[in-house]
Write a protein that binds this ligand. Structure first.
Ligand SMILES: [Zn+2]
Length: 357
């Protein structure tokens, strides 16, 4: 990182899944610069990427992939709903990917660390160690009796997305549709309500990305923590089910929560086209709208790097993050605002959410 760059904390990436699926299933490729995917250590350093939420996502063991389920409609698109996955399978994959993360840490020669407290996070940022926060994208690996939750917490789990865009024992994920409201079905199950309270008690951050609107309001009613959406965008600017309505933004602001902007270009363009040849001004427009509705303390980045997304060509990958910061600076955000957007807001929310300092 050069002196003038701001360190960036990011709300969401799927790099662990990319490594898990790679041919050797190993971690060494993370330490070498490549053109594959969006994040490796050398490119992270170039981009001032100080760390963020590293998701564990369980792909379905079989069945159609995302692209095969996509139906283009007259006005947009619709992805055929994904079925629930088996929880025994999910727990097995989750343990394997946690193992991969710990190997990444161990083989990094102190260049990567799994952080469990804000103090550890700040310490890493100061020393230039890449800070990874263990996150589950979908709670399938946790049994409805929540017996596994404490164990995962002890292993380092500090952030939990209740669902991905499919149903599980706790809630109903929002299917991918455009144009459509995020109000697509019922809210949390009884086990889901228990899960929210247990996460509050342990100090595990709850991530409301991929939850449908009813589920969102259930959490808003139940949770005593700031409402957090790690990787979404603005529904008023791009009417995807994955994006947040003005009413949801209002509730997030009232809870002193945060939204991390998802870099998937199709979730930001008004026409939802997956076109990499889209100017950064489209991203700046979403940041402006979020800041207008949440205040400058309620907005961050939530790239979704390595999550099968199409990123604006100009940005490219994690090494391109300073270009987004430059675009925001050019647009009028001063240094204090940029510090908040790039890292201070995530730190503020974690301080309020994690119970262990
Ligand atoms: Zn996601």
């Amino acid at each position: 990182m050069t002196a003038n760059e701001l360190p960036i904390l990011d709300g969401h990436n799927d790099t662990l899944l990319r490594l898990y699926r790679s041919e050797d299933g190993g971690v060494q490729s993370f330490f070498q610069q490549s053109n594959e995917g969006h994040i490796d250590l050398p490119r992270a350093r170039q981009g001032g990427f100080a760390g963020g939420f590293f998701a564990i996502f369980c792909p379905a063991p079989s069945g159609p992939r995302m692209e095969e389920s996509l139906v283009i409609t007259e006005t947009g698109y619709e992805v055929r709903p994904f079925p629930a996955i088996d929880s025994v399978y999910a727990q097995k994959v989750t343990l394997e990917v946690i193992d991969l993360l710990f190997r990444l840490e161990a083989e990094s020669e102190e260049q990567v660390k799994v952080v469990r407290t804000v103090d550890e996070l700040l310490d890493c940022m100061q020393k230039g160690i890449l800070a990874t926060i263990l996150h589950f994208e979908g709670a399938e690996a946790i049994d409805p009796q929540l017996e596994a939750l404490e164990t995962f917490y002890q292993a380092g789990l500090r952030s939990l997305g209740i669902v991905w865009s499919r149903p599980n024992a706790f809630a109903h994920g929002v299917p991918f549709k455009f144009p459509h409201s995020p109000d697509t079905g019922p809210g949390l199950t009884a086990a889901g309500r228990e899960l929210v309270q247990a996460c509050n008690r342990l100090g595990i951050m709850l991530d409301l990305s991929h939850l449908n609107e009813q589920g969102f309001w259930d959490v808003a009613r139940l949770s005593d923590a700031p409402l957090v959406v790690t990787h979404s965008a603005v529904h008023a600017l791009c009417a995807s089910t994955r994006n947040l309505t003005d009413r949801q933004l209002e509730a997030i602001k009232a809870s002193e929560g945060i939204v991390g902007l998802n870099f998937e270009i199709a979730n930001m363009r008004e026409d939802a086209h997956k076109d990499a040849n889209t100017p950064l001004s489209v991203m700046v427009r979403h940041i402006d709208y979020l800041v207008e509705h949440l205040g400058i303390d309620g907005v961050g980045f939530g790239s979704d790097f390595d999550g099968g997304i199409t990123v604006a060509q100009e940005l490219g990958d994690v090494a391109g993050l300073p270009k987004l910061v430059a675009a925001l600076r050019e647009h009028g955000y001063d240094e204090a605002a940029l510090r908040k957007l790039t890292h201070e807001n995530w730190i503020r929310v974690l301080r309020k959410t994690w119970k262990n300092g």
